[in-house]
Design a binder for this molecule. Structure first.
Ligand SMILES: NC(=O)c1ccc[n+]([C@@H]2O[C@H](COP(=O)([O-])OP(=O)(O)OC[C@H]3O[C@@H](n4cnc5c(N)ncnc54)[C@H](O)[C@@H]3O)[C@@H](O)[C@H]2O)c1
Length: 337
């Protein structure tokens, strides 16, 4: 590599250990000039300040403190912030774009496991697997009429509604292609041509809700998406529909969804809730038609290696003078996660 930029990794120590295994550390060393400490979790100590003064590139990750104007003043050579995770909103400040820094994110890599989780949830919801599981374990040794009670346990020609053709939403649409399901989508930023290239039909939110057996949320948390599914919109869903939320808890009015699930009218698969965690007394913990997971859909375990790979790919492009693969502009923040 002709130009090996000076790189400082800024993320929590355990995140660095998890994302950057030996092969990835080797690749980092091949692509960049790195000195000790290669990684810091804060930007205030003498060691961090010394590295910051030399750094041309920050590879950031979970636990990175905000890169403020004050931090930038101590980083005169800095040209790029390459994030090895999804949203940059927690640490990249407007000062970074004002200074003309390149900013990239690994949200596309983080979208892969979220879309996989969603595909599994959609197919299990279609088969009403969670209701059957609760009924079966509630009737040990009995093969009774309860076996016919969940209506239409089938994925054939049913309708899935995708709210948000985001990176995750698009990937869910692609993963659903081999199945015999109809896919509707809603997104104020998508065009009909865009949707049809993905094999989905673009409709308004209300139409989508009224016509979907399963609705899956993939819009970002923005002021205008707060309680996107409020009580009135949830009431549009057909009886027996399932709400899947892997996006952000604030997109759903939790009290209204809880009431619908407690009444047995709707089912839910919730990887995210508002608040997180839910209060100990929430009925969502025990309802037989609700599956709760503790915000696990995004990259975990070996999946996090994709995040490191994405940041290293960006570093390679940067060092080679090539365009960045997933740049983030300050103007994008009003639309993205
Ligand atoms: N559960 C997890 O572990 C996990 C992991 C990663 C991402 N997420 C969440 O998944 C969601 C999608 O993430 P992403 O990185 O794919 O998002 P993204 O940044 O790619 O989403 C941006 C897109 O969302 C769409 N959008 C914007 N406003 C909308 C609206 N009002 N209605 C419908 N669509 C709208 C637009 O197409 C926009 O381009 C986000 O809420 C994110 O926080 C969760």
């Amino acid at each position: 590599m002709k130009n090996r930029p000076e790189v400082l990794v800024v993320m929590a120590g355990e995140t660095y250990q998890q994302l950057f295994d030996e092969p990835r550390r080797d690749r980092l060393t091949r692509l960049a000039a790195v000195r000790d400490p290669v990684q810091v979790a804060e930007l205030g100590s003498a060691a961090a300040r010394e590295r910051l003064a030399e750094a041309e590139v920050l590879i950031t990750g979970w636990g990175c403190p905000p890169v403020t104007a004050e931090v930038l003043a101590r980083a005169p050579r800095l040209r790029a912030v390459l994030h090895a995770a999804g949203s940059v909103k927690g640490h990249v400040t407007s000062a970074c774009w004002d200074r003309g820094l390149i900013v990239t994110s690994a949200a596309a890599a983080n979208a892969i496991p979220v879309a996989e989780y969603t595909l599994a949830a959609v197919l299990m919801a279609g088969k009403r697997a969670h209701r059957f599981a609760a009924l079966y374990t509630g009737h040990p040794g009995v093969w009774g009429p309860w076996r016919d009670s969940p209506p239409n346990p089938s994925n054939y020609r049913r309708t899935v509604g995708i709210v948000g053709l985001s990176r995750v939403g698009r990937r869910v649409a692609e993963l659903l292609r081999p199945f015999d399901v109809r896919v509707l989508a809603t997104d104020p930023y998508a065009s009909a041509a865009d949707a049809s290239a993905l094999g989905v039909t673009l409709v308004g939110l209300e139409t989508l809700l009224g016509g979907s057996d399963t609705v899956t949320l993939h819009a970002p948390e923005l002021p205008e998406t707060r309680h996107l599914l409020d009580g009135g919109r949830l009431a549009l869903l057909p009886d027996g529909a399932t709400v899947i939320n892997t996006a952000r808890g604030s997109l759903v009015d939790t009290a209204a969804l809880t009431a619908e699930c407690a009444a047995g009218r709707l089912d839910a698969v919730l990887d995210v809730t508002d608040p997180e965690p839910l209060p100990a007394g929430s009925p969502l913990y025990t309802l037989p038609n609700v599956v709760l997971t503790p915000h696990i859909a995004g990259a975990m375990g070996t999946e996090t290696h994709r995040l490191a790979d994405a940041a290293l790919d960006e570093l390679e492009s940067f060092a080679g003078g090539l365009p960045q693969r997933h740049p983030v502009g300050g103007g994008d923040l009003a639309r993205i996660a």
